[in-house]
Design a protein around this ligand. Structure first.
Ligand code: G3P
Ligand code: CA
Length: 229
């Protein structure tokens, strides 16, 4: 089962920082997940709309200039990374899930990601783009043929797997609180990879492995590696 560092190894290092991503790989995670906002023609890596929880800044992420965002402390002296910075530290065997929290312009978003791929040589087939905003995913898919889409949901939809099939998704990313074994079986029968978030307890890790889940997002990759081997 794939072990993805959720916002990096975010229990032990400040979330969504280069330190957290490097630590996830040092702990032998297979990949990482991160959260992104498109700001000032760049893609910045941060989870919240507001700066105050994870940085020493204030205000809405999307209302700031890039120089201001880059000047902030995101914990332990770490900076808010640009997506391009993350590409440079990824092992080329890693799985890389880019979650979109804010998209301003599809074309320039894709151009920025493709530039990161070109400059780093990271394999595009190891990237999964996900978002709770399925309209954004659809617009990216229409403009970027073949890119892997992760259908992200925090709910157990009445419509079953229809939303993931409509997106021609590669994977289903589902919350631990709502996923069950039957839904996992149906998703896998439909050809979807199933990834579950956020899984920090060893008993949940073992349960999901028994259900045949393909991957977990965890804040504690070291515990997942020890538990799952
Ligand atoms: O992508 C899985 C998970 O990260 C989605 O929830 O709030 O942690 O971004 P959140
Ligand atoms: Ca996320």
């Amino acid at each position: 089962m794939w072990i993805l560092g959720h916002r990096g190894a975010s229990k032990a290092a400040p979330e969504n920082t280069l330190a957290a991503f490097s630590l996830a790989f040092a702990q032998h995670a297979h990949g990482i997940e991160l959260d992104t906002y498109q700001v000032d023609g760049q893609i910045v890596v941060i989870h919240d709309r507001w700066l105050n929880r994870t940085t020493n800044g204030t205000g809405l992420v999307t209302c700031q200039t890039l120089p201001y965002l880059m000047s902030l402390d995101a914990g332990n002296g770490e900076r808010i990374p640009l997506l391009q910075d993350v590409f440079s530290l990824l092992p080329h065997t890693a799985l890389f899930n880019i979650e979109i929290k804010h998209l301003h312009c599809t074309d320039s978003w894709i151009a920025t990601v493709q530039q990161g791929i070109r400059q780093s040589g990271f394999p595009v087939e190891n990237i999964i783009i996900s978002s709770f905003n399925h309209r954004w995913l659809r617009s990216i898919q229409q403009a970027w043929s073949g890119v892997k889409i992760g259908a992200l949901t925090a709910t157990y939809p009445q419509s079953g797997l229809g939303f993931a099939e409509d997106l021609s998704a590669y994977s289903l990313h589902m919350a631990l609180d709502v996923v069950d074994e039957n839904y996992v079986r149906k998703a896998k029968q439909a050809g979807l990879k199933v990834l579950v978030y956020t899984v920090d307890h060893p008993q949940d890790m073992v349960m999901l492995a028994d259900w045949g889940v393909d991957g977990i997002f965890t804040n504690v990759p070291d515990i997942a590696v020890n538990t799952l081997g």
